[in-house]
Ligand binder design. Structure first.
Ligand code: GLN
Length: 428
């Protein structure tokens, strides 16, 4: 069978292709972009890649670089270290607004230029060249291939970067920027001039969606707390002064760039990149925004389209047949607080008629730490009540790393039934 997904993506491009907006012209190289280009790529967290249209055409990454540089700086300085220097509040202002929080003197967030300039300066590296190298190497690992800087795009922007230079001088004057302002604008402009395709960007976004592990190379590139911070700031600040509209209409952590790209990273699912150079008044691709609205609606990608996780975590419970009966609680899916709570509640409210209870995790594919702690506490309390507890867990999901002490883990219900004697069997 031929997958229907590429055909669906072609249809999306077709239906979102109407002309509107204008290419960015404040950077001479961007003014020369072919406005007709239109491409899309979707990369899943398990490494499947679907592309349509101009998905392999390269363009400069521009502001879509900001979340990734922020990620590198967070990895280098820690979340608390970055919070002291760059805020996390949406500014409600345009990307190039010369703005600092009057109370703290910090840029409001890392997605607007003021914050992105400071963030670039906070990436590890003993000098400007080393910082630029760290950024290029880091982005290459997120993309899964060696990326390069478009030198002519860099020169074209740097020669007229007066506004960004003004901002960097302001950051220096207010005491928040430690290095030389001109060097920082140079490094930041170089960062914005790294060339990528939709395919690269979808991979980079999928690395965020996959909690920091690259879907294809399987390299762990970022820690979970860093990814959470980056995606939170993308969600609240990534679309600048259109952040509220984006949240309500699309609901995917995202970032746009003036070259015409828009990326989105949907936690646990996909990275998406769209490219089409004509921009709206916020500096985001008109067709890019349209495509995201369409995908979010069609594919149920809005983050606030809440999964009914709690209700579906307990698949059912039953008492096994035979004289050595066991009450079995069958769980499923991704167990977080609300899911584990339904299991805990069912166990707490039950009038057990058997001396043995089994927790069946065969269908649980992910156990969040809170889910693990709650289930382990259930085991402990059931045992205090004098019941034998068995854990049906062929993948060993429940035992905490490095210790399954005291847990009676078996592979299947048959094994539970067969186990007529201790462990896991307590006399009434
Ligand atoms: N390099 C561009 C700038 O700093 C990036 C802006 C953008 O993509 N929104 O102006």
């Amino acid at each position: 069978m031929r997958s229907p997904i590429p055909d669906y993506l072609l249809e999306v491009l077709d239906s979102c292709g109407a002309d509107a907006g204008a290419v960015a012209d404040y950077i001479p190289e961007l003014a020369a972009a072919n406005p007709e280009r239109f491409g899309i790529c979707v990369a899943t967290v398990d490494g499947a890649v679907y592309a349509a249209g101009d998905a392999d055409v390269e363009f400069t990454i521009q502001s879509m670089s900001k979340p990734f540089t922020y990620a590198l700086a967070l990895a280098d300085r820690g979340v608390a270290g970055m919070d002291e220097r760059v805020g996390v509040e949406p500014s409600g202002e345009a990307f190039n607004e010369i703005s600092l929080d009057p109370e703290t003197g910090r840029p409001r967030n890392a997605m607007i230029n003021a914050g992105a300039l400071l963030t670039h300066s906070l990436v590890d590296g003993e000098d400007a060249a080393a910082r630029s190298q760290r950024v290029l190497a880091g982005f290459s690992r997120f993309a899964g291939r060696d990326l390069v800087v478009d030198e002519s795009a860099f020169s074209s922007e740097f020669a007229s970067a007066h506004r960004n230079l003004g901002m960097a001088h302001l950051l220096k004057a207010s005491g928040v920027l430690e290095c030389d302002p001109v060097e920082v604008v140079e490094g930041y402009t170089r960062q914005c001039s790294i060339t990528v395709s939709c395919r690269d960007l979808a991979m980079m976004a999928a690395t965020l969606a996959n909690a920091g592990t690259h879907p294809l190379t399987q390299e762990r590139l970022l820690s979970r707390p860093v990814v959470r911070q980056v995606m939170s700031v993308m969600m609240t600040c990534g679309m600048y002064d259109a952040a509220g509209d984006w949240m309500t209409d699309v609901g995917i952590p995202a970032k746009s760039g003036v070259s015409g790209g828009v990326i989105g990273a949907l936690p646990g699912q996909v990275g998406v990149a769209v490219f089409s150079p004509r921009l709206d008044t916020h500096g985001s691709s008109v067709r890019g925004v349209r495509v995201f609205e369409r995908l979010s609606g069609d594919m149920g990608m809005h983050l606030m389209d809440v999964a009914q996780e709690g209700r579906s975590a307990l698949r059912g419970s039953y008492v096994s047949e035979g004289e050595d009966a066991v009450t079995v609680y069958e769980m499923q899916g991704d167990l977080r607080f609300s899911g584990a709570e339904t299991v805990v509640r069912a166990i707490a409210e039950a009038d057990h008629t058997t001396t043995r209870v089994a927790l069946d995790l065969t269908r649980v594919y992910r156990l969040h730490d809170v889910g693990r702690r709650m289930l382990l506490e259930c085991v402990r309390r059931l045992e205090l009540d004098g019941r034998g507890v068995l854990v049906i867990d062929p993948e060993h999901t429940l035992p905490p790393a490095g210790s399954s002490d005291g847990l009676h883990v078996v592979d299947s219900l048959e094994e539970v039934v067969a186990r007529g004697t201790d462990p896991g069997r307590t006399s009434p």
